[in-house]
Design a binder for this molecule. Sequence first.
Ligand code: CA
Ligand code: CA
Length: 302
Amino acid sequence: MKIISNEKVIYKFKHEMEYVEKILPGEIVKVKTNDCWFQQITTEDQVVKEINYEILNPATGPLYIEGAEPGDLLKVKILCIDVESKGSAVAVPNEGVLGDKVENPTVKIINIEDNYAIFNDIKLPIEPMIGVIGVAPAKEDGEWATESPWKHGGNMDTKDIKVGSTLYFPVKQKGALLALGDCHAIMGDGEICFTGLEIPAIVTLEIDLIKNKTVKWPLLETKEHTMVIASGDDLEEAIYEATNEAVEHIKNCLNIKWEEAYILASLSVDLKISQVVDPKATVRATIPKYVTTTKNIIESLK
Ligand code: CA
Ligand code: CA
């Protein structure tokens, strides 16, 4: 199995990128990821503003997937996320939902023991997730710093991007050019203080291709749902985009009138806040598999 070093990273998702490794469809690969600070935070007495902000959110890769062409879907199944034994989380003035109230910049170094994060004496069951994962954006969409989410994926900070889930990205460049980083051992919806439990990890992925199918926003398949992950300048815009795409998927795969799909979505789709602290806000619209399956949604795509 190929193991991708965490020394080869990008800070921008661009249409043109030099790949670090070629992967065949169906291949399983291990990707080593850095934490969002590139491991610059190691002690609680560290001053966050003194770290080098030029090297935040490194994403390992990109990987070139043989045979991937614009107009295909890249399928990425998350088989395993092995996190290290220690991570960090911070509160920084003017960051996060309540950044105006932070008077004392605070760093927490948090140990992981037997699948629990130990916060003071509280045990939090970890549920590792990938914060940043994406592919080369379309040329007309420009360049995206790894700190931002958009149609190519990127910093979606969605806690359902976890073991057992499968992502589907629209391929916009030959080889797709997949890169990832910024794993969290645990994070709540919203990521309200601006970090999850930031931690280096080794991520095992099964990578595959679905030819001649595309989506506007990435899809995420979990055990019980298909989720549209959309972002916008604010929550309103992200909600509109996620809802609009989810209703389109329901309409197309059930072959019903748009208004019927809209009503069906209102009865069954949950809108969930992924994160509100990155340069764009991210929302996911979750379509239950009892309405339609991920397979049906993908078959109905053009
Ligand atoms: Ca993030
Ligand atoms: Ca993070």
